[in-house]
Design a protein around this ligand. Structure first.
Ligand code: NAP
Length: 636
């Protein structure tokens, strides 16, 4: 088990001060590495990982004090010994430490998966080895990667490490994808940063949920550090790709006009949320002042003293309203459906000096902390959003656990705005928790809604006027600026590229409103075309989308190895394999909160089918995408 951390030079007082801020469950496991004392995880101080529970896992104050004192002693001794390399613990002990920190004995099937997250066997368990494939075969194989956001950068790094030739094309002027495009005030990551980062590139995050510029800086730096920049063509958009003579002919448009790249394979890494959607409201376009989408923020407008109308209360509007309300004269927020909001006290908190010190210096502490976040914000949540067929459904919850979640979240809304019954009524959703994306907040949103200059309006907009909006009840709201927080054309996956497969049929025409893929990655009839973040690979509550990308890219690299190492020109997913898989996905999604009939969201297409989400556990995605099964494909 590997770990890299800085040498300890701090004196006892500084160590003690840092330990006061420790996450004790992570510290206990780190102490087992440091001291070899297994009694630490076999005693009475045991964490429980409870939703919205105590961040210290319920470990008593007394036990916490004892652990911190023990840690001070151990860290001082480790420092005085010159910070020697620590021996790898036996596998059985690592499993015991995993069970300890998650608070229960996990099924054996979790073994390899969790060990891989912790990197027990390997520094990069998501890496597919290519050393056994002749170098010239790898060099002669050309891949086009579409998109230089989180998934595209990841794909490029893996291709470079494998020695495969590649070109990345991105429509934007720099790398970073969604973090390059979304610059609205208040934009920040809403998954914990210690899991929203590549497993092979941990970062010293300034905040638990860092701001957009920090995320952009991370991806920008990674592109430089891993040496992929020379292979990226920026400000260049893929117009179409045609599969002819067992090659992809990729037509691109850039600063120097049009050009065609011929490649053996394509990896699309364009995300699901990059084509802004404007609302279908009469009079759209008639507004005389600045009117723009959150993802196309026009920062040149001074918001001070302005009357601003915001349409939508999804994740983007939710983050921007509290910020713009601090400078605007008035903000009127039009809400069609309220979001469920999960309390997250540290949402805006900086990571303190003490926490930074622990993450950077205490051997294995950062690994266990990431693991704790991975578990408590990921796999551990899924059971609360799954339908119980025996539950008496009223449209408001789908199981007893989901109903308890509803009660917990409603109590939070009551704490925040319960003194204003009208506002409270507007803020409690009528659909089950996790029917739509659940948002996280430390009270910022609700405090904004209570400001004198903010109004939450549920009266629908009838039309947009040159100087404001008119509601269905006939009320006029004057505005200087109109902000569309109205989401993206998510179901139009790969839009607006045209991709013509083996039989010349364009992919989105074949899909219609119903994009489907096998494992979210491959489509029959479109050989050697691989998607990152394709159909049914989005998650609603459980985990970080970077985890999914790492699984997808490992699978794609496995596919490329099957092609290159065996001298095959083409691999085409079998239709029957694809269809059987999609049947399971559809049945699975009907069982989840987001599949509920009374929910409409960007997860569903116009026919109500969930086209975006993965309905099962993270473990299942990890297992199914671990390596391609050659029998799933026809080769040529
Ligand atoms: P969204 O979740 O699709 O929200 C769009 C909002 O606009 C909804 O409140 C929707 O209401 C409303 N709306 C749409 N058309 C409307 C109309 N004609 N009249 C009134 N309201 C209308 O879009 P988003 O907020 O941009 O978020 C999209 C996804 O991006 C999120 O789910 C998340 O995955 C991701 N995201 C992540 C972050 C982050 O990590 N920090 C931040 C932002 C976004 P209905 O609910 O009634 O449709």
């Amino acid at each position: 088990m590997q770990d890299s951390h800085k040498l300890i030079e701090a004196d006892d007082t500084a160590i003690e001060a840092a330990l006061a801020e420790a996450h004790v469950p992570s510290l206990i496991n780190a102490l087992v590495h440091l001291t070899g004392d297994v009694s630490l995880i076999r005693g009475s101080a045991r964490p429980v990982s409870e939703l919205f529970g105590d961040p210290q896992g319920g470990i008593s104050e007394g036990d916490q004090t004892a652990i911190r004192a023990r840690a001070l002693e151990a860290l001082a001794a480790y420092r005085d010994a010159g910070c020697p390399a620590l021996p790898a613990p036996p596998m059985a002990l690592v499993k015991e430490m995993v069970d300890f920190i998650v608070g229960r004995e996990l099924d054996a099937s979790y073994g390899d998966f969790l060990m891989s997250e912790l990197k027990v066997f390997d520094e990069d368990p998501y890496r597919v080895p290519f050393d056994d494939v002749p170098e010239d075969l790898r060099r002669d194989f050309q891949v086009v990667v579409v998109g230089a956001g989180m998934s595209g950068i990841l794909t490029a790094i893996k291709l470079k490490q494998a020695g495969i030739s590649y070109t990345v094309v991105d429509k934007n002027a720099n790398v970073g994808g969604t973090w390059f495009e979304n610059r609205y005030p208040g934009c920040r990551v809403d998954s914990p940063n210690h899991t929203y980062s590549y497993s092979f590139a941990p970062n010293d995050w300034p905040q638990h949920f860092s701001r957009q510029n920090v995320l952009l800086g991370y991806f920008d730096r990674i592109a430089t550090d891993f040496g992929i920049r020379d292979n990226i063509r920026l400000s260049t958009e893929v117009i179409e790709a045609r599969y002819q003579d067992r090659k992809w002919h990729v037509k691109v448009h850039g600063e120097n006009g049009e050009d065609t790249i011929v490649a053996n394979a394509i990896v699309t890494a364009v995300g699901q949320l990059n084509r802004p959607k404007l609302p279908d409201i009469e009079g759209l376009g008639s507004f005389q002042g600045p009117a723009f989408h959150t993802a196309q923020w026009e920062s040149e407008h001074d918001l001070e003293g302005k009357r601003i109308v915001v349409i939508g209360t999804g994740a983007s509007a939710f983050q921007t309203v509290p910020e713009i309300a601090q400078v605007a004269e008035r903000v009127t927020v039009f809400q069609r459906t309220p979001p469920w909001v999960a309390p997250r006290p540290e949402y805006h908190d900086a990571i303190s000096d003490g926490k930074h010190w622990l993450l950077n210096h205490v051997p294995f502490y950062a690994k266990w902390f990431r693991f704790w976040m991975f578990w408590t914000t990921g796999e551990g949540l899924l059971s609360m959003v799954k339908r119980d067929p025996a539950w008496n459904e009223t449209g408001r919850s789908i199981s007893e656990a989901n109903d308890q979640l509803r009660a917990m979240l409603t109590a939070n809304v009551e704490r925040m705005v319960g003194d204003d019954p009208d506002l409270f009524a507007k803020c409690v959703p009528a659909y089950p928790p996790a029917g739509k994306r659940m948002l996280v907040d430390n009270g910022h949103w609700f405090r904004a809604l209570k400001r004198d200059n903010v109004e939450l309006v549920t009266d629908p907009i009838a039309r947009i006027l040159p100087d404001g909006v008119l509601t269905e009840s006939g009320r006029r709201v004057d505005a200087d600026i109109l902000v569309y927080g109205t989401g993206f054309h998510a179901s139009r996956i790969l839009f607006p590229m045209k991709i013509y497969g083996k039989d010349g049929v364009e992919l989105r025409e074949r899909w219609g409103a119903d994009p489907r893929a096998y494992l979210g990655v491959v489509m029959p009839g479109y050989p050697n075309l691989f998607c990152c973040y394709g159909p049914n690979t989005n998650i609603v509550v459980n985990g970080s989308i970077i985890f999914f990308s790492e699984c997808e890219v490992r699978y794609i690299m496995g596919c490329l190895k099957l092609l290159i190492a065996n001298g095959r020109a083409e691999m085409n997913c079998r239709q029957d394999v694809h269809d059987a898989y999609n049947e399971k996905i559809d049945a699975g999604n009907l069982d989840m909160a987001w599949g509920s009939r009374n929910v409409s969201s960007w997860y569903k297409n116009e026919n109500g089918r969930v086209t975006q989400n993965w309905p099962f556990t993270l473990l299942e995605f990890w297992q199914q995408t671990r390596a391609p099964e050659p029998g799933d494909y026809e080769f040529a």
